[in-house]
Design a protein. Structure first.
Length: 365
């Protein structure tokens, strides 16, 4: 969940950039999580949250209930559901500020049982993000990044970074892990990490505050909401280029099969009318905006994207979830439900959405 702190335009954005975006991470080879002990919380299987997928449940009364397969009550503002190593991984670090009794952690969920099979504590809180490389899970910790071994569910390395209070998925591409860092108080640097050595190999200056990131088409794509810009960082040279300008409040970024998708109005408190464009489709070769789509409300800083060949799923405070057809650039599915921030992922034949109420909901696509 993204904590929202009122203030000036730049201050509010920089201190409340608690957002997800769908970084295009490679899906590593799957392992069977049910065959391994939950090293951090051995009692996880015994105490896993109950689901509401009972066949004897009463008839659903709204569109979300009608499509819900299971609900896991995680607490802590779960965010950025990530598909890797045969499991779904979720970061949840807002328990202390929400005062809900949960501690910051990364949770691992078995999609075969819809149960938490491990919970890895993340003491302290600074940046917020999660991603995967072919051998590891990476998450934001109090002093930078932590590397989690999916075979043991333990932190096996740390990468110290001057990290700003920022929320973005951690990206993987071109053999590197990519994350935000800071030269002061805002995310104005991108670091490139070699997962073979767990060392920072390059530090790239953005000369502005970054928003979210995703990797694809041989480049890292970074939004800058305060500058209304989509940046392209060439993976071969680390050169930074203003790829698309006049992207109003460029917020979330996701890489699709043949396009870059960016949400508009990516600032705290941004609002959109029903017919206002809230998502744009950008040509990765030219930077041209080829389509502008109205999703029925603002994604602002507290929503998320999931881009697949079949659809671009947009999770927003309102409407709860919409699907954009990447062929027609039109909204073809919409779920109106409870409002509030959250994120979305597509994995294991389902949609996985998070809510500020602490839930991870698995629904039919």
């Amino acid at each position: 969940m993204r904590s929202l702190i009122p203030g000036s335009r730049s201050f509010a954005f920089l201190l409340t950039l608690l957002v997800p975006a769908c970084a295009a991470v490679g899906t590593p080879a799957a392992t069977d999580p049910r065959s391994m002990a939950a090293a951090i919380t051995p009692e996880a299987n015994a105490t896993a949250p109950a689901t509401d997928a009972s066949p004897s449940a009463p008839a659903a009364t709204n569109p979300l209930e009608a499509r819900t397969i299971a609900t896991l009550e995680l607490g802590g503002g779960p965010d950025m559901p990530t598909d890797a190593f045969g499991s779904l991984w979720v970061i949840a670090v807002d328990g202390p500020i929400m005062n809900d009794g949960t501690e910051p952690a990364v949770h691992r969920i078995d999609p075969a049982t819809n149960e938490v099979i491990a919970s890895l504590p993340l003491p302290g809180r600074l940046c917020q993000g999660i991603g995967a490389s072919p051998e590891a899970i990476w998450a934001c910790g109090p002093d930078g990044l932590v590397r989690i071994d999916p075979a043991t569910n333990r932190v096996v390395a740390t990468v110290d970074l001057p990290a700003a209070l920022v929320v973005s998925r951690i990206a993987y591409g071109a053999g590197s892990v990519w994350a935000f860092a800071t030269s002061g108080t805002v995310p104005d640097l991108v670091v490139r990490i070699d997962p073979a050595s767990n060392a920072v190999t390059d530090t790239i200056e953005l000369h502005r505050s970054g928003g979210t990131m995703a990797f694809g088409f041989d480049a890292l794509w970074v939004t800058s909401p305060l500058d209304d810009t989509l940046l392209r960082i060439d993976a071969a040279t680390n050169a930074v280029e203003e790829w698309t300008t006049d992207v109003d409040g460029a917020g979330q970024v996701a890489v699709g099969e043949d396009a870059i998708w960016v949400s508009l109005l990516g600032e705290h408190g941004s609002q959109a009318d029903e017919d206002d464009a809230t998502v744009v489709r950008i040509d990765p070769a030219t930077g041209d905006v080829s389509a502008s789509i109205a999703t029925g409300g603002s994604v602002e800083i507290s929503g998320g994207f999931a881009a697949t060949a079949d659809g671009i799923w947009v999770r927003a405070p309102e409407p709860f979830l919409v699907q954009i057809d990447p062929v027609t650039n039109e909204v073809v599915d919409r779920i109106d439900a409870r409002g509030g921030p959250g994120d979305v992922a597509v994995a294991y034949g389902s949609l996985w959405v998070t809510t500020e109420l602490g839930d991870l909901i698995r629904i039919e696509p």
